[in-house]
Design a protein around this ligand. Structure first.
Ligand code: COA
Length: 162
């Protein structure tokens, strides 16, 4: 069984992430979306909330599982018996950081392959922090957040911005 792991902060998950989830789920037998800790970021949503949001938007995709992990991606990868890590690449600006991460992870575990999927054109400049900022000022994020979770996320972000 070919298992891929799609890691991220997902604070919150966006349509751009969902696009990657949908496309990657077709390439592997199983896709595990995992909420990890990026020590450089202070999340707005708890890991549990982020997992629940992702679970709700992926309920219709049979081979997707959602999890959270408080440790190294390389350790999680091993624990899951995964074949590859999937990451979405947006503009060229993502490249250096992602390349560094992929190389470090490969150094830790030589079997860890990272597969980059290009982000679909319409999500090229989308990011979770743009969504957070826009919503906290009452901006319209409806085209960036999946419909199933949009109202809840907007409400929470609006309150966080007060
Ligand atoms: N569509 C829209 N936005 C996207 C996207 C897509 N397809 N892909 C990425 N993004 C956005 C994210 O929303 C995020 O936006 P933000 O910075 O505004 O929050 C940004 O691009 C960066 O995303 P990503 O590369 O997924 O970084 P991340 O911070 O979400 O996740 C971890 C990084 C959690 C995977 C990484 O820190 C990690 O592996 N942590 C565990 C510890 C570890 O193993 N470290 C490595 C060895 S030292």
């Amino acid at each position: 069984m070919r298992i891929a792991v799609y890691p991220g902060s997902f604070d919150p998950v966006t349509r751009g992430h969902f696009d990657i989830i949908e496309r990657a789920s077709r390439l592997f037998d199983r896709l595990v979306v995992v909420v990890l800790v990026n020590p450089d970021k202070r999340p707005v949503f708890s890991a549990e909330e982020r997992v629940l949001f992702i679970e709700r938007i992926t309920a219709g995709i049979e081979n997707v599982e959602v999890d959270s992990f408080d440790g190294l991606l390389a350790d999680y990868f091993k624990e899951k018996g995964a074949t590859a890590v999937v990451k979405g690449l947006r503009a060229m600006s993502d490249f250096e950081y992602e390349f560094q991460m992929a190389l470090i992870n490969k150094q830790i575990n030589p079997e860890m392959e990272t597969l980059f999927l290009n982000t679909s054109g319409e999500y090229m400049y989308l990011s979770s922090s743009i969504v957070r900022q826009l919503a906290s000022f009452g901006g319209d994020v409806s085209s960036f957040i999946p419909a199933e979770i949009r109202d809840e996320i907007v409400e929470r972000l609006r309150k966080a911005g007060e």
